[in-house]
Design a binder for this molecule. Structure first.
Ligand SMILES: Nc1ncnc2c1ncn2[C@@H]1O[C@H](COP(=O)(O)OP(=O)(O)OP(=O)(O)O)[C@@H](O)[C@H]1O
Ligand SMILES: [Mg+2]
Length: 377
């Protein structure tokens, strides 16, 4: 098996809206998926996730770029190659389950095998095996209308797995099932992927799902991949405010770089004074930046902590969430920070406290770009 299963190079796909305005659904995307790897495409509604997946499957025709599967060209704008979907070695699970309503679970799962002219005996064996694997062998004779959402999802999964393709594309397969079933199916999916060792491209706009499933997450914005990396890197080293806000909750303190220090840190002028922050980037003096830090990487204390940054504020709200307590601390008229503490103790409104954060937990990001995004859209 080739080490790289999917290779996408400089892909472009533009749609036209009904009024004729062009929309760049995929804007110069390059991506490679390694054998056995699960890549998650993460981004808000309309950022191009489905279009990228459909282009790889051959259901959308890009204008330009290249798509290779197992080293073979499936699409090339330059060479005018376009291999039809049925000849691409992959299976896809769609955003809606798209089971055939008039067919039983057995016949739905058998469909890809029958269309590949598999013998009757083998079809029966493999369909039963796969239904067993996804945990619904008892549903073989049932029609989709007589199944729960979670059960339909399992059957759809079985249909994608039955042919034993090395590459499976999944477009928000769990978005229609309730939270408990979703958690369980997600864990099962991780196990199945490990066991069967297929490569997967998984689309979601749910960051928890992305963190759990992905070997690498590709964060998308307006048709582009803006950051690609392991979940931990994306969370701890976001390259832009957009990424920092999309994946998790983040506190932001706006400032201007007043100088770069000899040790590589940046001296940033903020409304709360000058802050020295480690920086991987060399920002020109006067650059607008944001100092970003996560709510679990700062803490509340009753006094200043030596060697850390300390900001005095007053408690606005304090809520107990079981796993942690969330405090909203007002530092000034227009600056508030969120602090998550494992300590279940709630604070009283207007109580005076210090928010403390270690310099190394701050990240300097360029100001430009988004104010943050609604992760639930
Ligand atoms: N057939 C089409 N005709 C015109 N525009 C389209 C078409 N399909 C997609 N688009 C546009 O392309 C952009 C990307 O759409 P896409 O379906 O890939 O987004 P998505 O990231 O999958 O969103 P969602 O999370 O809502 O499923 C959107 O602006 C969408 O309106
Ligand atoms: Mg979509």
């Amino acid at each position: 098996m080739a080490d790289v299963v999917v290779e996408v190079r400089n892909l472009q796909k533009t749609f036209k809206r009904a009024d004729g305005t062009p929309v760049k659904a995929i804007d110069d995307v390059s991506l490679s998926v390694r054998s056995g790897e699960c890549i998650v495409l993460l981004g808000p509604s309309g950022c191009g996730k489905t279009t990228l997946l459909r282009s790889i499957a051959g259901l959308e025709k890009p204008e330009d770029g290249e798509i290779l599967i197992n080293g073979e060209t499936m699409f090339s704008g330059d060479q005018r190659v376009e291999i039809p979907p049925q000849n691409r070695a992959l299976s896809m699970i769609f955003q809606s389950y798209a089971l055939w309503p008039h067919m039983t679970a057995f016949d739905n799962v058998a469909f890809p095998l029958r269309s590949r002219k598999t013998s009757k005996g083998e079809v029966a064996e493999r369909v039963n095996q796969t239904l067993e694997m996804v945990g619904v062998p008892e549903l073989a004779g049932q029609h989709p209308s007589d199944m729960s959402g979670g059960q339909q999802q399992r059957v759809a999964l079985a249909r994608a797995l039955v042919a034993g393709d090395d590459l499976i594309l999944l477009d928000e397969p769990l978005s229609n099932v309730d939270a408990k079933v979703r958690d369980q199916l997600r864990r099962e999916l991780v196990e199945m992927q490990r066991e069967l060792n297929f490569s997967a491209i998984y689309v979601t706009h749910d960051q928890i799902e992305a963190m759990e499933l992905a070997d690498r997450i590709a964060v998308m914005e307006l048709g582009k991949i803006v950051q690609l990396g392991p979940p931990k890197d994306i969370y701890e080293k976001p390259s832009t405010r957009y990424v920092a806000n999309f994946i998790g909750t983040v506190n932001e303190l706006i400032g201007t770089v007043s100088s770069m220090n000899p040790d590589g840190s940046a001296a940033v002028k903020t409304q709360l004074g000058i802050v020295n922050v480690p920086s991987e980037e060399n920002f020109p003096e006067g650059s607008g930046v944001v100092l970003a830090f996560r709510p679990e990487r700062c803490s509340i204390s009753t006094q200043q902590v030596d060697g850390s940054l300390n900001w005095k504020g007053s408690v606005n709200t304090s809520s107990f969430f079981g796993s942690h307590t969330e405090h909203h601390i007002k530092i000034s008229e227009d600056i508030s920070f969120i602090v998550w503490q494992a300590d279940p103790k709630q604070l009283t409104h207007d109580e005076e406290v210090w928010v403390t954060v270690d310099h190394t937990n701050l990240r300097v990001l360029p100001f430009e770009g988004h104010e943050g995004v609604d992760e639930n859209n």
